[in-house]
Write a protein that binds this ligand. Structure first.
Ligand code: ATP
Length: 239
């Protein structure tokens, strides 16, 4: 569905990705793991076209999207759950979800589609049903992450990209969120998961990439990367 080919990208002429190639097949979960500063967020922001690309290409469903603008990328169905959630804290849960729907808002039959999307996310996260009128900023970190994922799902994405969804959350909540990602894959969604929690992210993934200092250092089926102690020691900082 999406291919990064030999991407060189960065900030103010400094290079954060140095020839990165990644492939995300339709209906799969691909995880990108690595230590702080490895370039994981830069991959997500490169695909969203928020980061300048110096060389290489990005293809989505057969089209070259390297020159596209961020809004055009969303319009194609590539939607990001950003690091740190970035909810609108003074707005209610429902208002945040409505903002996520804006990609589909002007389209035919939008009221029915809004209700369908809303029913879908409330089924995934039943806890939000009682919280729908609560201000997002007053929710716990785990609840806010659920709202952030739901807001992205309201846009009806083809490719969902999550940047460190586990950040600051208790292990039990992380497990719940990863279970939801597995359910989304079952429903046919394609997912790019960027994570420092390497073990969990690789276990969930169909395919994984290990990054260090702007380059892909290893790739393969998620479980084979997770079960390789040498890779852990070299790139993930533990045995
Ligand atoms: P983390 O988990 O800490 O977010 P990461 O693997 O996602 O790490 P990136 O955020 O992609 O790493 O950062 C890769 C490199 O790019 C780092 O050297 C970082 O300092 C640099 N970088 C990231 N964002 C910016 C920015 N807005 N301006 C300048 N340099 C940046």
């Amino acid at each position: 569905m999406l291919q990064l080919d030999q991407i060189v990208a960065g900030y103010n002429k400094s290079v954060a990705l140095d020839g990165v190639s990644i492939s995300i097949p339709e209906g799969r979960i691909v995880s990108v793991v690595g230590a702080n500063g490895a370039g994981k967020s830069t991959i997500v922001n490169t695909i969203s076209r928020l980061v300048t690309t110096y060389a290489g290409s990005i293809r989505f469903e057969g089209q070259d999207i390297t020159g596209r603008k961020p809004a055009q990328v969303v319009e194609l169905g590539i939607v990001q759950v950003p690091e740190g959630r970035r909810l609108f804290a003074p707005l209610t849960v429902e208002e945040n979800l409505r903002l996520g729907f804006h990609r589909l808002a002007g389209k035919a039959d939008s009221q029915r589609r809004y209700q369908e999307r809303l029913d879908y996310v409330l089924e995934l996260f039943p806890i939000m049903r009682q919280r729908i009128h609560q201000r997002a900023g007053t929710m716990s970190g785990g609840e806010q992450q659920m709202v952030a994922i739901s807001r992205a799902l309201m846009a009806g994405p083809k490719l969902l990209m999550l940047d460190e969804p586990s950040l600051g959350l208790a292990p039990m909540i992380v497990d719940q969120i990863f279970e939801i990602l597995a359910k989304l894959r079952k429903d046919g969604l394609t997912i790019l998961l960027v994570e420092q929690h390497a073990d969990d992210a690789l276990q969930l993934a169909d395919y994984g990439y290990i990054m260090a200092v702007g380059r892909v250092r290893a790739e393969g089926p998620g479980n084979s990367l997770r079960d390789n102690p040498a890779l852990h020691q070299s790139y993930l900082g533990k045995v």
